[in-house]
Design a protein. Structure first.
Length: 573
């Protein structure tokens, strides 16, 4: 058994001097500045800022005749090969097994000089080691990712091994006493806790527990897309669902009607509020849990994705003394986040800010937040009437859902209050007509509404693995005429890496369509013109539509053609 690379007789410092990357004085400084005898010269120079990590890896590759692999290559490691190396050895030696072919094990190392660890691994596996080089930070990230997955799988397997599947309660014949006993059993408790912990760690916004014919599927929604994470056996369905229902304080005996509840997960540095919804399906109850970080809201407006004239118009509107500002979009498009950002910017000790929400997703210091509760009759309309007797300056309503709430909100905006709210509508002109459809008189809508903003969420290109390319005509075709704006331009996409779980995306941003109601548009509303006519007038005044906002973000390298295509509709003249 042997190593597949040769040890160099040329010193690292000599190669640095030959390339002219360091002066003799800088090299001497690096040699003097080692904090630990085991610290390599390259590590010291990177720490001092005299070299970049990629330069050190390139030079080590030349010194030892090793291929340097990138994060994308590490992400494609075979999990079975990774498991051949104990985690403590992988972390200590900064090495990751990539694949095994017979008696040959391919490994990536961050430090090719650690021959003691390589000999240990060779003896442990009985394999010839075929070595390549990785940047230490990328190797460390890959090790963290793969071994976390291994630990999660081991935890799940250990939990399932301890569950007596033969004793699980059948769906058809429910013994509530036996079911209550089972949901308190340690393995079931640990399984649900593991599910919640994994979701929070993965930045998931939702957890879906879905019953199928012969198994249970658990999926996490991350950056707007669902990812399957585990498939517990069908026998555990009742126990898992019932455990979640117990935590959410809903009735485990009710299985044929939808139920809603909530629970809070306490972490060392924050709390995560979870809304729970159950729904009877053909194969049992489906559970969806939506996660909200209850930590104080800190996102600033400029980080939402607003820019240019849209950002200026929104800022002008939220600093008006009175009037109505409406944010529109489908469920999950970030409307509440935008409204919270506005409140965070305009709150002052001299203003009385009150909000009505269902639920309160984030806590904002300096804002009096009211939870609407329809079960006890605390509707948006009733809460709003009470708020008007609380001497408010600025009011935020989570959503205008009915004619009564819309009527009170519009009249409040006309009587000296700044009113912020959200409405379900497809675009900005549609938001205006939606209020009219709810029964609010046109003259009130035209007088009260100051600004309307439609928005959609799109995934951001992963910064760790983004690459540039020129789109071909077939890729641009789905965008129709808008695709011509991208033809021949340098665009960006993600290759897929460990940081983005091979999706090419990490995080989300918003597309915005901002419409300030000019005098001409107010007149059109009063005259009864439809939303298409209002939109054509707005386009003539320079409205940047959702699709155009998306095209800008594609050109800026923020998102991709596919994301904008799925999130927006083409603009029709």
């Amino acid at each position: 058994m042997s190593l597949s690379f040769r040890l160099s007789t040329r010193r690292f410092g000599e190669l640095l001097m030959e390339r002219g990357w360091l002066t003799p004085e800088q090299l001497a400084l690096g040699l003097r500045s080692r904090q630990d005898p085991r610290e390599r010269l390259g590590q010291t120079l990177v720490r001092l800022g005299l070299l970049k990590e990629r330069d050190v890896a390139e030079l080590l590759g030349e010194q030892f005749s090793l291929t340097v692999v990138d994060a994308e290559h590490l992400a494609k490691a075979d999990p079975e090969a990774v498991e051949l190396v104990p985690e403590h050895l992988a972390r200590q030696a900064l090495l990751l097994a990539l694949r095994r072919e017979g008696d040959t094990l391919d490994i990536a190392v961050g430090d090719p000089l650690d021959v003691v660890s390589l000999d240990h691994l060779r003896a442990l596996t009985g394999c010839t080691l075929r070595v390549c080089l990785a940047r230490p930070s990328e190797a460390r990230e890959a090790i963290d990712n793969f071994y976390q997955q291994i630990r999660s799988s081991e935890n799940l397997g250990e939990i399932l091994d301890k569950i007596d599947l033969s004793a699980t309660v059948a769906e058809e014949d429910v013994d509530l006493a036996a079911l209550r006993q089972q949901v308190e059993d340690a393995p079931v408790v640990r399984l649900v806790n593991l599910m919640l912990a994994e979701a929070i760690d993965a930045r998931a916004s939702d957890i879906h527990v879905e019953p199928m014919r012969d198994h249970l599927t658990v999926r996490f929604r991350i950056d707007g897309s669902l990812h399957e994470v585990m498939k517990p056996p069908k026998n555990l369905q009742m126990a898992i669902v019932s455990r979640i229902k117990v935590l959410a304080d809903v009735d485990i005996a009710v299985r044929l009607l939808p139920q809603d509840g909530r629970l809070t997960v306490h972490l060392p540095d924050r709390e995560v509020d979870i809304r729970v919804s159950t729904l009877p399906t053909a194969f049992g109850e489906k559970v969806v849990m939506r996660l909200f970080d209850k930590k104080a809201f800190t996102r600033e407006i400029e980080y939402l994705g607003l820019d240019g004239s849209g950002l200026e118009a929104f800022r002008r509107a939220i600093h008006l003394p009175h009037g109505m500002i409406l944010v529109s979009g489908p469920t999950g498009s970030g409307k509440t986040t935008t409204l919270y950002s506005a409140l965070s910017e305009i709150k002052t000790v001299s203003k009385n800010l009150i909000s009505v929400e269902d639920p309160i997703e984030y806590h904002i210091e300096g804002v009096n937040q009211v939870h609407a509760n329809h079960k006890v009759g605390m509707t948006f309309a009733r809460a709003l009437r009470s708020i008007l007797r609380q001497d408010p300056d600025i009011i935020m309503i989570g959503e205008i859902r009915d004619a009564e709430t819309a009527d009170i909100a519009v009249k409040s905006a006309l009587t000296g209050h700044l009113m912020l709210s959200s409405v379900h509508a497809n675009d900005t002109p549609g938001t205006v007509t939606r209020l009219i459809d709810m029964g609010v008189p046109r003259y009130l809508v035209g007088s009260a509404v100051a600004l309307v903003m439609a928005q959609r969420l799109v995934r951001r290109v992963c910064e760790r693995c983004k690459e540039s390319y020129i789109a071909d005509p077939e890729q641009l075709a789905p965008l129709g005429d808008d695709g011509a704006l991208l033809a021949g331009r340098r665009l960006w996409r993600g290759r897929g890496c460990l940081a983005c779980k091979q999706t090419g995306y990490h995080g989300r941003t918003a597309l915005f369509e901002v419409l300030e109601l000019s005098r001409g548009m107010r007149r059109m509303v009063l005259d009864g013109l439809n939303e298409d006519q209002i939109k054509q007038h707005a386009l003539g005044e320079g409205l940047v539509t959702l699709r155009k906002s998306g095209i800008r973000k594609i050109l800026d390298g923020v998102t991709t053609i596919d994301e904008v295509r799925y999130a927006t509709l083409a603009d029709h003249a």
